[in-house]
Design a protein around this ligand. Structure first.
Ligand SMILES: Nc1ncnc2c1ncn2[C@@H]1O[C@H](COP(=O)(O)OP(=O)(O)OP(=O)(O)O)[C@@H](O)[C@H]1O
Ligand SMILES: [Mg+2]
Length: 518
């Protein structure tokens, strides 16, 4: 906050006036006792045009000579109200003229009046959406709802912020609404920390299991109850790239040869004979055989038992029926987490793609999918082998498969993928490298680097192109409060009206004993 709060809620009083403009930058002098903050949206009235701008900088200074300043500071002399001023710089991002809103075509005039954004502006800026993320922050108040549309889900998303900035809460808010919108939308959530079911670390504690539709619209998978396993017989050599990103072509050729000879049980049988004799039953290059067998031996038997059941089938079925799947992979070794995550995401993404290609009419009935991936930097790092997630981010838009990449380290996300994330929720980030990466590679963020460092818990900047083209300062809704509100909502369950109707009929039956149910 730059200023002390001012009384009154309305924004009908100007906060200042324009003292200079240049290109898309506007400077204005601020009236006394006005409350403004970095990133805040202001409106500038300029004849038949209104301009919208974001506060990017501010300076406070004196009009006095140094000697006069010293005398005033000592209290020896008073120089009146014009001895000090505050100047604010803002960047224009939108213009409204004759009811039409577009990018600015010009800039305001000297002395035009500046206002803090109000509820009315919130409507003009069209910030609300099907999935509410939070509310607009303006001055020291929260204004109207800010959200994204379901169509923007496949346009890929990212949530960034340091530890404790509010990422998990934002994931909960968004996924809860995806559940609310089932079967139009569905979520696949990979939970690395095992937090989302119970909402560990959210205060007061509540998670997806507290959602009123949890029992009908959410399925929980965890390795602890043995429900999360991938049978070896379901693993054909075509899945080896997903399981072992560093696998080499000679090893894959050998795997195919084994598969042709031994069939579905190829992994078990090859492992047995290699263990017993140190050899495979087919001719093979020794080093390729050794490398392949080492990889196959590293699949743990609890997650990869010798069976033909795979939980991925159940996952796929649920997703297609609009049942959100929460996959808790906490407690697994990180290689196994990566394997489970990539195997299941590949299978589901491939299904959506095949449906689009071969059964277009059926594909249209599939719910729009959002895959939430925490620790996204581990899967989208340009210095690591490519995973299915960069393919999804780059090419799965048209199949209505969206990725939500959640990470505290945005600078470790491959540039091409980062450029494809059309919706971004940016929370407090202190690391300079990450802040620079965020601001340099996100449109309309070039002046927000300082602001990102100053955000409070739950405060964020939201961009959702093409609907919301500029960084909107928001306060993300708090999941426990969201649930409370939801508790009061009508869930379309049969209400007591039909019961009372039945009661009526029973009464009637009683009064006409001849009509009794004997
Ligand atoms: N919008 C919000 N309003 C109020 N409180 C919030 C909000 N967002 C988060 N919090 C609170 O801040 C704390 C940290 O939030 P959260 O767990 O979502 O952070 P995180 O970014 O996921 O942290 P980590 O990186 O450690 O996983 C929690 O106690 C949560 O209840
Ligand atoms: Mg978290």
């Amino acid at each position: 906050m730059l200023f002390k709060g001012r009384d009154g809620m309305s924004s009908t009083n100007p906060v200042g006036f324009v003292c200079g403009t240049k290109g898309d930058s506007v400077s204005f002098l601020v009236n006394k006792d006005v409350c403004l903050s970095f990133g805040q949206i202001v409106r500038i009235e300029s004849g038949e045009r209104s301009f919208y701008a974001r506060v990017v900088n501010s300076e406070s200074s004196s009009t006095l000579e140094l000697i006069e300043q010293l005398r005033e500071a000592e209290g020896k002399e008073a120089f009146g109200p014009y001895s000090a001023f505050r100047k604010v710089d803002a960047m224009l991002f939108l213009e409204k003229r004759l009811g039409r809103v577009r990018s600015p075509t010009f800039n305001p005039n000297y002395r035009d009046k500046v206002y803090a954004a109000s509820e009315e502006d919130c409507a003009i800026l069209k910030l609300s959406g099907d999935l509410e993320v939070g509310r607009l922050r303006s001055e020291d108040q929260l204004l109207g709802s800010v959200g994204i549309n379901i169509e923007s889900v496949p346009r890929m998303m990212g949530m960034f912020g340091m530890t404790g900035s509010g990422k998990t809460n934002t994931e909960l808010i968004l996924n809860a609404q995806i559940i609310d919108n089932s079967p139009k939308t569905v979520a696949l959530i990979f939970d690395f920390a095992g937090q989302l079911l119970e909402g560990k670390e959210i205060t007061p504690q509540c998670g997806l299991k507290d959602h009123p539709l949890f029992h009908t619209k959410v399925q929980y998978y965890s390795s602890r109850d043995g429900k999360m396993s991938v049978g070896l017989h379901t693993l054909t050599p075509s899945k080896l790239d997903t399981l072992f990103p560093d696998i080499q072509p000679p090893q894959k050729r050998l795997a195919w040869a084994l598969y042709k000879q031994l069939g579905a049980t190829w992994i078990e049988k090859a492992r047995e004979s290699y263990r017993a004799s140190g050899n495979l039953e087919i001719r093979a290059n020794k080093s390729a055989a050794e490398a392949l067998m080492q990889k196959l031996a590293s699949l743990p038997s609890d997650l990869f038992p010798a069976s033909n059941y795979t939980f991925v089938d159940s996952l796929l079925q649920n997703i297609c029926n609009g049942v959100t799947c929460l996959v808790d992979i906490s407690g697994l070794r990180s290689e196994d987490q990566n394997r489970i995550v990539c195997l299941s995401a590949s299978a589901i993404a491939a299904h959506y793609k095949r449906m689009w290609e071969e059964y277009y009419e059926d594909w249209r009935k599939l719910p729009t999918l959002l895959i939430t991936l925490e620790e996204a930097h581990e899967f989208l790092d340009p210095n690591k082998p490519k995973t299915i997630f960069s393919d999804i981010a780059l090419t799965y838009r048209k199949y209505r498969v969206g990725l939500n990449a959640v990470t505290p380290r945005p600078s470790r996300i491959n540039f091409d993928v980062f450029a494809e994330l059309w919706t971004k929720v940016i929370m407090k980030t202190e690391l300079k490298k990450d802040r620079i990466y965020l601001t340099e590679n996100t449109p309309y963020m070039e002046y927000s680097e300082t602001e990102i460092k100053m955000l409070d818990v739950g405060e964020a900047l939201l961009i959702s192109e093409p609907k919301i083209k500029f960084a909107v300062p928001i306060k993300v809704s708090h999941y426990p409060e969201y649930l409370q509100k939801l508790g009061k909502a009508d869930y379309g369950l049969p209400n007591s009206a039909s019961l009372s109707h039945m009661e009526e009929r029973l009464k009637k039956l009683n009064s006409h004993s001849d009509l009794s149910l004997e």
